[in-house]
Write a protein that binds this ligand. Structure first.
Ligand SMILES: [Zn+2]
Length: 166
């Protein structure tokens, strides 16, 4: 498996819930390896071409597999922080996210968890959760900031197209 890059239609698809957890367990090790290799703090299934609702993340407290996540409550209070994405190489931008989120998810064995995430953990969760709905962090930029990145984004998409034709 390799990380899908901006312009790949799979990144824009809405993923479907996981029912067979053996699928998650079978890709977990590879997802983890790729995520750490690429210095990522999160990697969502669609980024590996899999349209299922799960992702891996590590906010500094260890690797976690997050399956069928839900955001059940979020703070109105927002926080701005820099984000990047393995699917949009070398692009970084300040993105506004809720300061905290209350989340529910299953692990790779299907057990349920509920947690209150704050700050950096909340940011990673929101970023990865977006991937499951085909949303990328650049979609949250205002018109002006998006325009400032447009050349860089175009170049990434062109390079991807050339590589996929090879
Ligand atoms: Zn991402």
């Amino acid at each position: 498996m390799k990380v899908r890059i901006l312009g790949d239609p799979v990144l824009r698809k809405k993923s479907v819930p996981v029912t067979d957890f053996s699928v998650v367990r079978s890709v977990m090790e590879e997802l983890k390896i790729i995520m750490y290799q690429e210095d990522g703090v999160g990697l969502a299934a669609p980024q590996l071409g899999i349209s299922l609702r799960f992702f891996g993340m590590d906010d500094g407290s260890g690797f976690k597999m997050i399956v069928n996540p839900e955001i059940i409550e979020r703070s109105d209070e927002k926080e701005i922080g820099e984000e990047g994405c393995l699917s949009i190489p070398n692009v970084f931008a300040d993105i506004e996210r809720s300061r905290w989120v209350r989340v529910r998810y299953q692990d790779e064995h299907g057990s349920y968890h509920e947690e209150l995430l704050q700050g950096y953990s909340a940011r990673i969760f929101q970023h990865e959760y977006d991937h499951l709905d085909g949303i990328l962090f650049i979609d949250h930029l205002d018109t002006k900031s998006r325009a400032a990145l447009s050349q860089q984004l175009k170049k990434i998409m062109e390079d991807r197209r050339k590589n996929s034709e090879k």
